[in-house]
Ligand binder design. Structure first.
Ligand code: NDP
Length: 495
């Protein structure tokens, strides 16, 4: 939409966080418009489902090609709307395409009808299970990964046979519009993927619109509001919420690789990553050496406009959250080995490394969403695990250890852990992604991510009458006696 349009009550503008320049104007869709989009999506959903897995896969593959051809334009919109460096935007698109491909290729295997074994008491019935689409799925997405994150729901919901109404963040509506327009060029027949734009109220209207399911990705606080609204109609929800992920560095870790992960995981995307490293716990034997490496590396990273490795903080209001956490930590005895509040300039926050931060400081307990790290020394891995698990969040995490990586990972309460690498579990399309506790529930990606957007439907077909009629008022005493004997044999002999 033109950027020279006058803003009214029915439109909103998007400004580039680095320059303040207006980069888009979009409609604020009302509840009536949202309901209308959902109504047309219902009609489209029947047609889309009728294409079958193969017909949908062909179109999803073509959409993937369309996105690939337009990727540089899409990356530019991402950069303009939320400030991400272009090269990071390109990388994000690649990640999203991998998952889109996987969803299209695997939907039939995971969701298609299959026979299951009958039990002894149901031996005369053939049994099948399949996973049916809900019809229309509403997807509410955040701005920090405006392609990867919503497509993790959108691609899987479409592959499962649903039509989708997508509400992108008010900071990245242009990305959502671009994706839906690209889809519309491939699937012009019906509005299978629509985008509605606006503020939180537009998202709330989507929650109230009687869609079959809401796939929500965003903060834990908003997630609670979304759940409350969805409860009005008993609309099921997928909750991909915030995190406070940690990196654990054991005494035998590859320190150069771990330092690289700390800096990239903590600072890339200006720290605005749900799975980003926000806390680091380091074995005392290697603490000083590791710290020196991280500080030296982070000092080479600069936040700035254009081609800087780190872009601006997207949301104006987040600056006070980041500043508040850093100042609170410093006031409580922490030290900034790099960065700090004085290096915050407008929407730019320079990489900041804090040590000696009390464990109950907000810099350790709450999502920062800025390019900051708290680094703490631990006496052993038991202490590291205990500290990592001491938050309400449980999204992901990283463990660096040559010998005990698996054992440490097993003890962390989180939806996914990558050992000796950063977020590898989120990049592998076969693996589920999601959290526990304050980080939400349900999964995107992999077989679980497909099943998230479908309901299980069980069907049996009697092949021959049972000699033992059980579900009838004319059940005989003989039948009861046989069942009694059978149950004793089947279930009564285990001690
Ligand atoms: P928000 O929670 O602020 O917003 C998420 C989405 O919800 C936006 O589209 C927002 O619209 C919409 N929304 C706001 N209020 C309501 C409402 N009452 N009803 C329905 N929808 C509403 O999150 P951010 O966009 O700031 O994203 C950052 C958060 O997302 C972080 O906490 C991050 O950790 C999390 N996240 C989690 C991921 C995961 O996989 N677990 C992945 C990526 C991010 P609007 O923008 O217009 O207000």
């Amino acid at each position: 939409m033109s950027t020279s349009v006058t803003i009214t009550d029915t439109t909103f503008e998007v400004r580039n966080p680095a320059t303040g320049k207006r980069v888009g104007v979009h409609p604020v869709h009302t509840a009536a418009e949202v309901n209308s989009a959902v109504a047309t999506a219902r009609d489209a959903a029947g047609w889309w489902a009728s294409l079958g897995f193969a017909g949908r896969a062909r179109r999803l593959d073509a959409w993937r090609t369309e996105i690939t051809r337009g990727r540089h334009e899409l990356a530019r919109i991402m950069h303009d709307e939320m400030g991400k460096p272009i090269s990071d935007a390109n990388l994000e698109i690649v990640m999203a395409l991998e998952h889109l491909k996987w969803a299209a290729r695997n939907a039939e295997r995971v969701l298609g009808r299959r026979r299951v074994m009958p039990s002894l008491l149901t031996i005369n019935h053939a049994a099948e299970v399949e996973y049916r689409p809900f019809g229309v799925v509403g997807v509410i997405g955040p701005w920090n990964y405006p392609v990867f994150t919503p497509l993790s729901s959108v691609s899987f919901a479409l592959a499962a046979g649903n039509a989708v109404v997508f509400k992108p963040s008010e900071y990245t509506p242009g990305v959502g519009v671009w994706l839906a327009e690209a889809f519309g060029r491939i699937v012009p027949e019906k509005p299978v993927l629509q985008v509605i734009t606006g503020y939180g109220e537009t998202g709330a209207a989507l929650c109230r619109s009687n869609v079959g399911k809401i796939g929500f990705t965003g903060s834990t606080a908003t997630g609670k509001r979304v759940m409350a609204t969805c409860a009005e109609n008993l609309t099921p929800v997928l909750m991909e919420c915030g995190g406070k992920d940690a990196l654990i560095v054991d005494a035998d870790a590859d320190l150069d690789a771990a330092a690289d992960v700390a800096v990239w995981g903590g600072m890339s995307n200006a720290g605005q990553t749900c799975l980003g490293v926000e806390r680091v716990y380091v074995h005392t034997a290697v603490y000083d050496e590791f710290l020196a490496k991280v500080v030296a590396l982070a000092a080479t990273v600069r936040a700035g406009a254009g081609s800087a490795q780190v872009g601006p903080i997207t949301m104006p209001k987040q600056i006070s959250v980041i500043r508040g956490q850093i100042e609170d930590a410093l006031a409580r005895g922490a030290r900034a080995l790099l960065g700090g509040p004085d290096t915050i300039d407008g929407q730019f926050v320079q990489p900041t490394i804090l040590v000696d931060v009390p464990e109950d400081a907000t810099a350790v307990t709450e999502e920062t969403f800025g390019p900051t790290l708290t680094i703490a020394e631990v006496t052993d891995m038991d202490e590291a695990v205990a500290r990592v698990n001491a938050t309400e969040y449980g999204l992901g995490g990283t463990v660096f250890s040559r010998r005990d990586g698996r054992d440490i990972a097993d003890r962390i309460r989180a939806g996914g852990i990558s050992i000796n690498a950063f977020v590898a579990h989120a990049l592998n399309p076969s693996l589920p992604l999601g959290g526990v506790g304050g980080s939400g529930f349900g999964r995107v990606h992999g077989p679980d991510g497909l099943k998230e957007f479908a309901y299980a439907k069980a069907t049996t077909r009697q092949r021959f009458p049972s000699p033992l009629a059980l579900t009838t008022f004319s059940r005989s005493e003989m039948a009861d006696a046989i069942v009694d004997r059978v149950v004793a044999v089947l279930h009564g002999r285990i001690r």
